[in-house]
Design a protein around this ligand. Structure first.
Ligand code: NAD
Length: 353
């Protein structure tokens, strides 16, 4: 399918290709949907094999942001930028400022932030040329603690739905990935009295949570089959797949990782197994809620209290799933699409502002 047909099929608004001859900056910004507000999504710098691979990635990521913002109740649309290049080679002040100028040229339809291979330092340069950048050091800072906080409340909501109580005391949680988000998540879980089984490929990170939170370490392969109440993926995507599905002994899968289901059908299979799955973009929205707060006037307490509402959103998703007899990943899409549709429709009458 060519790009325009794909845009038509999935309701995309705009794709912008940009090239800067001074710095050899080459990238693509995609705006999926701005019904709810300006399209917000990070900038990913990646050594893509070719332009087609980069285009597919930006299309997929931008659409994902529309759903994530809508499900989080934010007045934001979905967008994303991918830049083609080797992170270690290309980064410099001029490069990021050239990018900032392209962002500015979209006049606020798109707001950028960090993503893979882009840092708060890079965004400081971007901010020299545009008003439309978030995730800056001086305001919302590192989103990971908020993402972990949201995941923690999402896990509690799942526990409420499955066990009838949301306390995690004495529940066993298997956490995969002890990086920026996983570490803080372990802290919240430990503080509430949950037992932790953990894994990472970085031994130092394992040692830290074993020491601080009394966690039991297992190997990367073992984590899927351990006896636990909750599996919390906080590392890679696609960890629910044909190989791992027969191994799970948990009742809940809820964590911060993106794209947890390798394919949609794996969400159907979880449903058939009676494992409650917290859809990734609903439970990991804390970081986005945090940067949104930056746009409306940053206040940490407000960012925390809005992130805590992920608890209610996960319960809403589970309720839709039960009522309509659909898996939770489909219920989340329905919740996001309904919100976009309703807000679009209430704007059908003219009012002067
Ligand atoms: P991170 O890179 O800081 O941590 C990831 C950790 O996973 C690292 O410690 C890494 O060693 C470990 N890991 C990698 N491969 C592994 C494997 N095979 N087995 C076990 N551990 C492995 O990343 P992060 O910022 O903590 O993000 C974690 C996940 O959450 C990612 O999927 C990310 O896309 C998602 N996410 C993060 C945020 C955020 O605010 N940081 C927001 C939304 C979603």
């Amino acid at each position: 399918m060519n790009n325009l047909d794909y845009m038509k099929k999935y309701d995309y608004e705009q794709i912008v290709y940009f090239y800067d001859k001074e710095t050899d900056l080459r990238g693509i910004t995609c705006i999926h949907d701005t019904t709810l507000g300006p399209a917000l999504g990070g900038t990913r710098l990646w050594d893509y094999i070719n332009e087609d691979e980069a285009t597919i990635d930006v299309l997929r990521l931008a659409r994902g942001m529309t759903y994530k913002a809508a499900a989080a109740g934010l007045n934001l649309g979905g967008g994303k930028t991918v830049i083609l290049g080797k992170a270690k080679k290309v980064k410099c002040e001029a490069y990021w400022r050239a990018f900032g100028r392209y962002v500015q040229s979209l006049n606020g339809r798109y707001i950028t932030a960090e993503d893979v291979n882009t840092s708060t330092d890079d965004m400081e340069y971007v901010a020299m040329e545009t008003d439309y950048v978030t995730g800056l050091k001086k305001t919302s800072g590192d989103p990971s603690p908020l993402t972990a906080y949201g995941a923690y409340w999402g896990i509690k909501a799942c526990a409420y739905s499955v066990f009838g109580v949301d306390s995690l005391k004495d529940r066993v949680v298997a956490v995969q990935g002890l990086g920026h988000v996983g570490y803080y998540l372990c802290q919240y879980l430990h503080d509430e009295g949950a037992g932790l089984i953990v894994t990472d490929i970085d031994q130092e990170r394992i040692d830290r949570v074993v020491k601080e939170f009394n966690a039991i370490p297992v190997s990367s392969d073992e984590i899927y089959g351990v006896t636990c109440d909750i599996y919390a993926p906080c590392a890679l995507g696609a960890t629910v797949n044909d190989e791992t599905l027969p191994k799970f002994k948990c009742k809940i899968i809820a964590g911060a990782a993106n794209n947890v289901l390798k394919e949609d059908r794996h969400g159907d299979e979880l449903e058939a197994l009676g494992i409650v799955y917290a859809p990734d973009y609903v439970i990991n929205a804390g970081g986005l809620i945090n940067v949104y707060q930056e746009l409306i006037g940053y206040n940490r307490d407000e960012a925390l209290s809005k992130t805590k509402k992920i608890y209610d959103r996960i319960l809403d998703v589970i309720s839709i799933s039960k009522k309509e007899s659909i898996p939770t990943y489909k219920a989340a899409d329905r919740m996001a699409e309904n919100r976009i549709e309703k807000i679009k429709n209430i704007r059908s009458n003219y009012i002067k502002r």
